[in-house]
Design a protein around this ligand. Structure first.
Ligand code: HEC
Ligand code: HEC
Length: 456
């Protein structure tokens, strides 16, 4: 009785429009009075700013969407290309021998150590985990421990997969390898440059939908998928059908980081649009979730023959599973900081000299303006301004390349630099600018610039 009256008193003092409306918002129902941990009424709790509350709520929602939401894309990854059947193997009514956790790691998939079933993390540390059975794979999927992959199990037979879907984290998260290579805590926003998306999709027993979308036969689809390699994906393929560049190399781009994007004007390598614009494009046209997408630039039959034919710029699903999630997803994306390079990962003395060059004689900061390391404003350039070909730029409505925001470069040393990874190392990038802009930097100065790039 006594405790109850304290609760009533506490609620009364804090004020119904503060605590209660907040709780109602969160749960969608009236708050239930709970016994406070301490008998003292909490009348001293400061009234929190509603924007701060909102930010926290949206952050949590956005993170969950980024990590776990498939937007209904299992209708494609499971329903159409039946990847789940390749995973579970013919023993469980699928096809082939199935996919084991070890095979998944070889394909570049990552294991979230915090979601691992009890005991498995310890076994992994000791190098004794059972990574060679499809059964373990299914258990890991059940626990959402395979980063970016969601499994849907059959209700009649809970041991069987009904479908599989992918989330944003599939391409844009990796792990810190704290337990074993490929196993650790999630690092959202870090591009997974080990992920071989082409090889994963090629495991599918039925690529007929892709054949249809691309108007090529099964062998043609497989040739394209095999051309990507780890850390690459071609987000324009289903729009313009161009799988290869004029020089015969793959038209795929490297997976970009999606951290450190707050304050950056235009997104993607070629500046298609803002973060929420691109998120809507990807969720609808690439992951093939169910939503609404409006982009009249994709009606251009010459530049985007496939998108125009399949009306990808005018999608309107019966049940929209995307639009309502874009706001929180946007906020979460902007909250992801560019990671700080670990101490010892670069030479501090050289980095200081490199900083002076970057902002001075090497003229890098004319475009890569610190601390954003891109231009505040319309951050796009003609291909010739940076001395490269226009193939990928022309696949974008902008016809240009976006000044890449450079923070956290150390986090993606694999797969090369520039949109297609054409420069294997940062020194190759610097040497390219040295030649293109006739900077006349000697070897020491170029090394200084590289150490600076590793430090930002
Ligand atoms: C299959 C892999 C894949 C998935 C899944 C994926 N993306 Fe991406 N994402 C890419 C690639 C590749 C690019 C680069 C495209 C380009 O620039 O041409 C990209 C670019 C981006 C960018 C622009 C980054 C920059 O530097 O401007 C953002 C933001 C982004 N993705 C967010 C998301 C979100 C949010 C989701 C989930 C709704 C998602 N992506 C799902 C592959 C993926
Ligand atoms: C005219 C504007 C401009 C100048 C000047 C410039 N850059 Fe760039 N930079 C770009 C653009 C645009 C890209 C994106 C290229 C692409 O996507 O292929 C880029 C990309 C890069 C990348 C690759 C980033 C990644 O994630 O792969 C690095 C590193 C880089 N620049 C460093 C420098 C350095 C160092 C200098 C000075 C020597 C410099 N830039 C000068 C516009 C510029």
């Amino acid at each position: 009785m006594w405790k109850r009256s304290v609760v009533v008193l506490a609620l009364g003092l804090v004020g119904a429009d503060c605590m209660c409306s907040r709780d109602r918002d969160r749960e969608g129902k009236e708050p239930v009075a709970q016994t406070p941990a301490s008998p003292l009424p909490q009348e001293t709790t400061p009234k929190r700013d509603s924007a701060e509350d909102n930010a926290q709520r949206m952050f949590a929602q956005g993170r969950s969407t980024f990590r776990l939401d498939t937007f209904g894309d299992e209708a494609f990854w499971g329903g159409s290309i039946r990847l789940h059947d390749a995973i579970q193997g013919e023993q469980r009514g699928g096809v082939g021998s199935g996919v084991t956790p070890r095979a998944a790691l070889t394909l570049g998939l990552k294991l979230d150590s915090e979601a691992l079933p009890v005991g498995v993390a310890a076994q992994l540390r000791a190098g004794r985990a059972e990574l060679d059975t499809v059964e373990t794979m299914l258990e890991l999927l059940r626990q959402d421990a395979i980063v970016g992959v969601r499994a849907f199990f059959s209700t009649e037979d809970p041991k069987r997969l009904r479908a599989i879907g992918v989330t944003c984290a599939f391409c844009h998260s990796t792990v810190d390898d704290s337990i074993a290579p490929g196993v650790g805590r999630r690092l959202d926003g870090w591009p997974n440059r080990d992920l071989n998306i082409g090889a994963i999709v090629a495991r599918s027993p039925d690529l007929s939908v892709l054949s249809g979308l691309l108007s090529v036969d099964d062998a043609g689809v497989r040739k394209v998928l095999a051309s990507w390699g780890p850390g690459k994906y071609d987000a324009m393929l289903l729009l313009d059908g161009k799988a290869f560049r004029p020089d015969g190399r793959s038209a795929a781009t490297v997976l970009p980081p999606v951290f450190g994007l707050a304050g950056i004007g235009l997104q993607t390598w070629t500046g298609w649009g803002s973060v929420p614009y691109w998120n809507a494009l990807v969720a609808n046209t690439q992951m093939r979730g169910k939503g609404v997408f409006f982009e009249p630039r994709l009606d251009d039959k010459v530049r985007y023959p496939l998108a125009a034919k399949h009306k990808l710029g005018r999608l309107r699903a019966e049940r929209d599973e995307i639009t309502g999630k874009l706001a929180a997803l946007h906020l979460y994306q902007l909250a992801l900081p560019a990671p700080k390079p670990p101490v010892g990962s670069y030479d501090p003395a050289r980095s200081i000299r490199g900083d002076a060059l970057f902002n001075g004689a090497a003229r890098c900061a004319t475009c890569h303006m610190p601390p954003l390391y891109t231009e505040p404003g319309w951050n796009l350039h003609e291909p010739k301004e940076i001395g490269i070909d226009d193939f990928q730029a022309k696949r974008s409505p902008t016809g240009r390349y976006r000044t890449a925001p450079l923070r956290g470069l150390f986090a993606h040393p694999k797969g090369g630099f520039y949109h297609d990874g054409r420069f294997a190392t940062l020194l190759d990038v610097v040497a390219h600018y040295n030649k293109t802009f006739k900077l006349g930097l000697d070897g020491e100065q170029q090394a200084d610039l590289v150490e600076f790039l590793k430090s930002i």
